[in-house]
Design a protein around this ligand. Structure first.
Ligand code: GDP
Ligand code: MG
Length: 312
C-alpha cells in the first residue's frame, strides 16, 4: 500500500530491453528481492527520490505482450490492473522499435499514466538507425525519453520526465486502435459493458471489450469481480468470439495480435528517419553482424496509419 506522498512506479518491458539496468540505475543500493505470491518468480522492488517525491519501484517480469498466457504476462497484467501504480515506466529497446511498441500500444490502450523510456539508443545508432523521438511522442501521446542506460546516458532526463508526471499528472485518453473487421463485435461488447450496473469504470470500455474478445482470463475475472451480470457479459463475449471466428476464419486473439503488430510496425516505420542498412553478405558470403535489425521497418510507410492518433 502507498503511504501519503509516496508513489508506486511499475517498470514494464520486453525481455532484454534493459529493465534491470534502468532499475539498478534508479534505485542504486535501495533494493529488495522477494517472490511473487505463490510462484518462484523474483519480485524486485526498491525506492528512489526525484523532484521531492519518494517512489517505490517494482520491476515487473519481462513480457512481450499483456495477454494472460504465460506466468510473466499474468503477473505483470494483474499487477497493472489491480495495484493501480501511480505511473508506469515502459522500457523499449530502440534497436527493435516495432517489436517493442506492441507492448507500448497495449499499455496505451489501458489508458494508464505512462512514460516511455526508449533505451539502447547507442545500439540503435551503432546499427545505423535514426529515430525521430518527438514524432514517436506525438503518435503515442505520452512522454518519450531516449537513453543509453548502460552508460547512464540521459538518466537525468528520465528522472525529470518521471517527476514532471507526478507533479502534474496529465489524464491520458486511452489509445483506440482500429481492429478492422472485428470492429462491429467490439462495438457490441462495448455497448453491453456500458449498460447495466457496473463498478469497473476504472478500465476503458474498449480495452475491456478487446480483452474479452481475446478470451483473456484476467478480463473475465475482473468482470466476475465487478459486475452482477457477469455471466451474461461473459456469455456474450463467447458468442461474439465464436461468431467472429466463423465469419473471418481466424481466432479473435490471433486477429487482435496481428492487427496490433501491424500498427506497431507502421508506427515504428513512420518514426524511423533512417533505417538500418539492408542485410548484405560480405565478400566471403557471410552476413554482417547486426544487419538484421530494422528489416521490419523497411518497405512502404503507410500514408495514413490505421489508428486514431492522439491530438489529431
Ligand atoms: N549497449 C547497451 N546495452 C544495454 C543498455 N541497457 C542495458 N543494456 C545491456 O543489455 C543487456 C540486458 O539488460 P537487462 O537490464 O538485464 O535487461 P532486462 O532483461 O530487460 O532486465 C545487459 O547486458 C545490459 O548491460 C543500453 O542502453 N545500451
Ligand atoms: Mg531483468
Amino acid at each position: 500500500m502507498k503511504k501519503e506522498g509516496e508513489f508506486l512506479l511499475a517498470l514494464v518491458g520486453q525481455p532484454n530491453c534493459g529493465k534491470s539496468t534502468v532499475f539498478n540505475a534508479l534505485t542504486g543500493a535501495h533494493q529488495r528481492v522477494a517472490n511473487w505470491p505463490g510462484v518462484t518468480v523474483d519480485r524486485m522492488s526498491g525506492w528512489f527520490k526525484t523532484g521531492g517525491h519518494r517512489l517505490e519501484i517494482v520491476d515487473l517480469p519481462g513480457t512481450y505482450t499483456l495477454a494472460s498466457l504465460s506466468l510473466e504476462e499474468r503477473i505483470t497484467g494483474s499487477f497493472l490492473i489491480h495495484e493501480t501504480p501511480s505511473l508506469v515506466l515502459n522500457i523499449v529497446d530502440a534497436s527493435a522499435l516495432g517489436q517493442g511498441l506492441v507492448l507500448t500500444l497495449q499499455l496505451r490502450e489501458m489508458g494508464i499514466p505512462l512514460v516511455v523510456n526508449l533505451n539502447m539508443m547507442d545500439i540503435a545508432r551503432k546499427r545505423g538507425l535514426e529515430i525521430d523521438v518527438a514524432a514517436l511522442e506525438r503518435l503515442l501521446g505520452v512522454p518519450v525519453v531516449a537513453t543509453s542506460m548502460k552508460k547512464g546516458h540521459s538518466k537525468k532526463a528520465l528522472l525529470r520526465a518521471i517527476s514532471a508526471q507526478l507533479d502534474s499528472p496529465v489524464k491520458v485518453e486511452p489509445l483506440s486502435l482500429d481492429y478492422g473487421r472485428m470492429e462491429p463485435f467490439l462495438r457490441d461488447m462495448e455497448r453491453r459493458l456500458s449498460s447495466g450496473a457496473t463498478a469497473d469504470g476504472a478500465h476503458p470500455l474498449r480495452w475491456t471489450a478487446a480483452k474479452l474478445m481475446e478470451g483473456d482470463d484476467g478480463a473475465e475475472e475482473l468482470i466476475r469481480k465487478n459486475r452482477s451480470d457477469a455471466d451474461h457479459v461473459i456469455g456474450s463475449a463467447r458468442d461474439n468470439r465464436k461468431a467472429f471466428e466463423e465469419q473471418s476464419k481466424e481466432a479473435p486473439e490471433v486477429h487482435i495480435a496481428r492487427s496490433r503488430h501491424g500498427i506497431a510496425n507502421a508506427m515504428a516505420a513512420s518514426c524511423i528517419t533512417r533505417p538500418a542498412p539492408p542485410v548484405r553478405p560480405d565478400r566471403r558470403g557471410r552476413l554482417q553482424p547486426f544487419c538484421g535489425t530494422g528489416h521490419a521497418y523497411r518497405g512502404d510507410v503507410p500514408a495514413l496509419l490505421p489508428f486514431n492518433r492522439p491530438g489529431l
